[in-house]
Design a protein around this ligand. Structure first.
Ligand SMILES: Nc1ncnc2c1ncn2[C@@H]1O[C@H](COP(=O)(O)OP(=O)(O)OP(=O)(O)O)[C@@H](O)[C@H]1O
Ligand SMILES: [Mg+2]
Length: 362
């Protein structure tokens, strides 16, 4: 804005100056007038370059208007005598217009080029962020690969631990027979055997999880599977004085599943619920259909799970029990997902826990 005013003032002054030269120079110095006449091209071309077609033409018209009286009144204005001067006025306007047009077109082109350059830069930036993303994903993949190798090594390790564990347990049993029950050494060896058993359980569970056996999918009755689970755990529930109930599903429900695996998953959930529920509490199993899934809800009236623990219940080896392995829910999740289903735990401290299994309807 400021430069526009400055440029306009500059043009006005130069036109005024050149015109004054014309008006004030005596006519007999006609060779000077010939020179001054050409000076007008300077402001006209500048105006065309700065302001385009309209600016160039406006400037040349101003020059024409300012210059014309000089021809008409000082030179006499004879058409044939002063023809050259009239032609110069025509030239002013032609130069103003054409230069303005060209300058304008040039400017449009350069702004277009600028826009293209901007677009290119944006594409380049996008490309760069994308390639960065690819690099991070690659890094993640490499890490996953390392982890899976670690997992395989852990499985080998677990396998190697099992054999010496068997010998320790065997020899401990032989030693135990040397002492009478009640003897402190008998107790110690008992502890030793119990702890070996626990270690063995951890290793076995781990191996079972690490080596996914092929699943054999057949048509299974959900009702039958759940009834089997209730039968298997009724005694345990009675001993704990917990009311275990299966709300009979409406009609028979079928899923495509490996029955043994499915029972293992359900059993893990029910055992957790029984372990969490205090005397006099209840564990309820209910089923319903929703969104093409069978939904099986295992609800207990236990203490619930704290938010920080809730986020970790599916983590292998996460346990809050002194003799737990922390593999129950990790295995359960793996089994349910292998059946195309999902496993979810809803819990609030004080109100109990609900484990929800969803399996696709067939
Ligand atoms: N119904 C539940 N109520 C309260 N806490 C639960 C319940 N189910 C699971 N949890 C919590 O989740 C943890 C992990 O459960 P998970 O079954 O994986 O292992 P675990 O029961 O501790 O060990 P394991 O199943 O090998 O005996 C439990 O230690 C417990 O803190
Ligand atoms: Mg468990």
């Amino acid at each position: 804005m400021k430069s526009t005013i400055l440029r306009t003032v500059l043009l006005a002054f130069s036109i005024l100056g050149i015109s004054l030269l014309h008006y004030l120079t005596p006519l007999n110095l006609h060779y000077l007038h010939d020179i001054f006449q050409r000076f007008y091209y300077l402001p006209i071309i500048l105006a065309a370059l700065w302001f385009g077609f309209r600016g160039g033409l406006l400037c040349s018209l101003t020059v024409s208007v300012v210059y014309a009286p000089h021809i008409l009144f000082q030179w006499g204005g004879g058409l044939t005598l002063e023809m050259e001067k009239y032609l110069e006025i025509v030239m002013y306007n032609v130069v103003g217009g054409v230069t303005g047009l060209l300058a304008q077109r040039e400017r449009a082109r350069s702004s277009e080029l600028q826009k293209t350059a901007q677009g290119l830069e944006e594409s380049y930036n996008k490309l760069q962020t994308q390639s960065e993303r690819i690099m991070t994903i690659e890094e993640q993949l490499r890490r996953a690969e390392r982890l899976s190798t670690l997992g395989e090594m852990a499985a080998v390790l677990a396998h190697e631990i099992r054999n010496p564990l068997g010998s320790i347990r065997g020899t401990a049993e032989i030693l135990r027979d040397d002492y009478q029950p009640g003897d402190p050494k008998h107790e110690f060896i008992e502890i030793q055997i119990k702890e070996t058993e626990r270690l063995n359980r951890v290793v076995e569970e781990f191996l079972r999880m690490a080596r996914p056996q092929p699943t054999e999918m057949v048509r299974c009755s959900l009702r039958e599977e759940l009834e089997t689970i209730v039968t298997l755990t009724t005694n345990d529930a009675k001993a704990r004085k917990i009311k275990l109930s299966l709300e009979p599903p409406a009609g028979d429900l079928f899923v495509s599943a490996d029955g043994e695996k499915l029972r293992q998953a359900f059993l893990n959930i029910v055992i957790n619920a029984l372990q969490a529920t205090p005397e006099g509490g209840s564990v309820t199993i209910a089923t319903r259909q929703a969104d093409g899934n069978h939904e099986i809800r295992f609800s207990d009236s236990g203490p619930g799970i704290e938010a920080s623990a809730l986020a970790r219940v599916f983590e292998p080896f996460f346990t809050t029990k002194p003799d737990g392995t922390g593999l129950g829910l990790a295995i359960t999740k793996k089994i349910i997902e292998a059946h195309g289903g999902t496993l979810e735990v809803e819990s609030q401290t004080g109100t109990g826990t609900t484990v929800i299994v969803r399996l696709p309807v067939i």
